[in-house]
Write a protein that binds this ligand. Structure first.
Ligand code: ATP
Ligand code: MG
Ligand code: FE
Length: 368
């Protein structure tokens, strides 16, 4: 099916168009520059930016794909999780288009869409050519059994088991406080590097010693959760707020002593702590839950040290790692379209035209 996907959950206005697993267009307009002076995403600014960027982004995606609204079989849109006001802009636009062009509407889960992007042919090609190495580029039409996903972005840090992209996605663990990208952004601020902090720390860390400081790895042991529904199950949660505090203390000590802050060493040591605990727990969760193919998604997937250590630890554990190109890892409309196409193909019923924005939509609500 030919599906148009709309993403407005955070600060990227994305419109993507796919035909099945073939990517036809992926147009993204980001308001990140407008948030720089605030050091983080301001929800109302993001929502207003979506309002202004939406139609130009849609036009460009349709032009690139060489299709019209009449041609599409369905419209998919992120219904949550995300910033409520930002989600509402995309949802309103999608509903208007669905009504005017008389197309079925699919409200989809943003996190599951991050996983669905792994089905696109471009994502498979990049994985085969990338750090996971070796394999032949091959078109992927369904996720292999035993697929998991590690999603790391400014708003999320989650490990998922995906038995079926359209029917069965389970949360195995998530952050209990800051998201990994958020920790990067906060530490970058402490080091005076500016927003967004991830790319800046990534670059600076390359010049520093990752063993200069031994920063804490939060929640290193799997937490025991003995609920009635899940007796004796381990969840693989992360915590990054203690790490952020430890970095703040270290910076403070240099400042109090009147000595220059060794920003490169701190950046490298902070990054090593984040990446160590992210990869260790993802691989352990994978082992416990029979995950043999792991997909990496979210903006932090751009991080070079994360890619390197995750590739190494996955290889050691016999897990196949797939890392889509960065343009498909960060928020975009193509991932929403990709999931929409799977839902259409699976015969899932479309959404009604009165669906709400669900800022905390749980990962097992794949479509609404
Ligand atoms: P959501 O959480 O809803 O997916 P988001 O806008 O917070 O949305 P993304 O746009 O996917 O997330 O990613 C942005 C985050 O990724 C920021 O926190 C940024 O600092 C981080 N990031 C980007 N590049 C890198 C990098 N090279 N290393 C580490 N973090 C990075
Ligand atoms: Mg973003
Ligand atoms: Fe996202």
């Amino acid at each position: 099916p030919l599906v148009l996907g709309i993403e407005t959950s955070c600060d990227e206005t994305g419109v993507g168009i796919v035909r099945g697993t073939e990517l036809l267009a992926n147009t993204v307009s980001s308001s990140v520059e407008e948030h720089v002076r605030f050091g983080g995403v301001i929800p109302e600014i993001a929502a207003r930016a979506h309002l202004e960027a939406f139609v130009p982004t849609l036009r460009q995606a349709l032009d690139t794909a060489g299709v019209t609204l009449d041609d599409v079989d369905a419209i998919a849109v992120t219904s949550g999780p995300g910033l409520a006001g930002a989600l509402m802009v995309g949802l309103s636009a999608a509903k208007g288009l669905a009504l005017a062009a008389d197309k079925p509407l699919y409200g989809v889960n943003h996190l599951v869409a991050h996983v669905g992007v792994g089905l696109l042919d471009d994502a498979a090609d990049a994985a085969a050519a990338g750090v996971s190495g070796g394999g032949q580029p091959a078109a992927v039409t369904e996720l292999p059994p035993g697929t998991g996903a590690l999603l790391v972005s400014g708003g999320h840090t989650e490990i998922l088991r995906v038995r079926s992209l359209t029917r069965d996605v389970e949360l195995l663990g998530s952050t209990i406080d800051d998201a990994a990208g958020e920790a990067y952004d906060k530490v970058a601020r402490l080091l005076g590097l500016g927003y967004p902090g991830g790319p800046k720390i990534d670059r600076l860390a390359a010049e520093g010693d990752p063993e200069a400081f031994r920063f804490p790895r939060g929640l290193t042991l799997p937490k025991f959760v003995g609920t009635a529904e899940q007796p004796g199950k381990h969840r693989h949660d992360w915590s990054f707020s203690g790490l952020k505090t430890a970095v703040a203390r270290a910076v403070e000590q240099f400042e109090v002593a009147g000595r220059p802050v060794p920003t490169a060493d701190i950046a490298a040591s902070f990054q090593e702590a984040v990446v160590d605990v992210l990869t260790a727990k993802a691989v352990r969760a994978a082992g416990e839950h029979g995950i043999t193919t792991l997909l990496l998604g979210g903006g932090v997937a751009a991080n070079r040290r994360l890619r390197e250590l995750l590739a190494q630890r996955c290889a050691d554990a016999g897990i196949e790692l797939r890392i889509p190109p960065v343009s498909l890892c960060t928020d975009n409309g193509a991932m929403v379209a990709a999931l929409g196409a799977q839902l259409v193909a699976a015969g899932v019923a479309p959404s009604s035209l009165d669906i709400p924005a669900d800022s905390s939509q749980p990962v097992d609500r794949i479509s609404v």
